[in-house]
Design a protein around this ligand. Sequence first.
Ligand code: NAD
Length: 432
Amino acid sequence: MYILVIGTGYVGLVTGACFAEMGHHVICLDIDQAKIDALNNGHIPIYEPGLEDIVRRNRQAGRLSFTTQYPSKISVCFIAVPTPSKEDGSCDLQYVMAATREIGRHMTGHCLIVLKSTVPVGTADAVRAALVTNHPFDVVSNPEFLKEGAAVADCMKPDRIILGVDNPQAAEMMKELYAPFTLNHDRMLVMDNRSAEMTKYAANAMLATRISFMNEIAGLCEHLGANINQVRIGIGSDHRIGYQFLYAGVGYGGSCFPKDIHALTAMAKAAGYEAPLLTAVDTINERQKKLLAKKMKKYFGALEDKTIAIWGLAFKPDTDDIREAPALQLIQELLDHGADVRLYDPVALTKAQNLLSHPSITWCSSEYEAAQGADAIALVTEWKQFRFVDFEQVLAGMDGKAFFDGRNQYKPREMKSRGFDYFCIGIPDQTV
Ligand code: NAD
């Protein structure tokens, strides 16, 4: 028996590779011919630490293959296709339904259909209703919790595996598939489909809420003379709160949090239920993404003809994913105000170059090159290599001396003593 993974993106490729690493035979299928050709030529279309190794190893072992064609016999299908936002914020299920139709067309016997994409509550029922086939099948909700940048590690050692089912046999089949991942201790949580679907949205909403909460408190700190870094330690030490996800910054981005908050809000609206907390989380995040540009306008007066270096374009470190990245909004705003931008990211440059084109953009190959001739630097993605920088060299190459730290990576007093006019998030400028 082999596993068919439909959709070979961040989730599908990692899932397929990790199942193959555990000894399963896996076929990864995608409608994107160029992506499949690249994979068949040994190229990994995304940056994900550790992924290239396990893909190469398992292809060589004959356990992992890539195709655009459905095989003649299918029995276990993971659906890992995109679930983007529609105009109104609700989840667009067209790719999930397209995959469902194809599965229905290619079934020759019992099929276990596993929904790994993040899908609205009720989607498993909708998939059951949409399947046109005489063959028996089960639909399992198995939302994915991997983090880009640590996806392989998360997939190989998941905190938990959520299995939403409508019968015990489906749960048993899933437990067998996942058994190699849970030898150390059982991490499988079996529940009904709707609860499994909601668990994924609730997890992302909780994490996004923590970020927006800290950004709200950071704004208050700036207005009231407190220091968010000290407040973070102060509240994180309470074991009921903990230190995770308590960092103020330029807001969350990526392909999941923004769209999942919007989808959950849309689900609430469709159900006639008011969800003011979710709306506030999103509103705070939108405000936060504008904060660095606002601070720059205050510092410079006008941004026209100013040159701003941007360190980090990916929505977070260790990924090349720039979907909904806060840097994109900042760049757009700077360009709209007549600034020149010098952009650098350790791995996301190619993806950014495919998306952005403007005569006022200069692409740079290091943080030092980006800083050359800049009036200000904005740190937007906290890549580890930015932790220890030769600031003497950086400052010597700049035209100005402003540093806008969107991730609170540096100590305000140290940056000031190095000669920067330093601004960060949640610390009033006068205490710098
Ligand atoms: P992605 O855009 O990286 O990859 C999706 C792939 O599916 C693409 O290669 C696309 O060509 C392919 N595809 C689209 N329609 C198809 C079809 N009908 N048949 C076959 N292939 C098709 O997306 P992703 O980031 O991997 O996300 C996939 C799902 O997983 C989404 O629902 C997302 O919310 C969820 N998720 C993502 C993450 C993450 O960190 N990226 C984490 C957890 C859950």
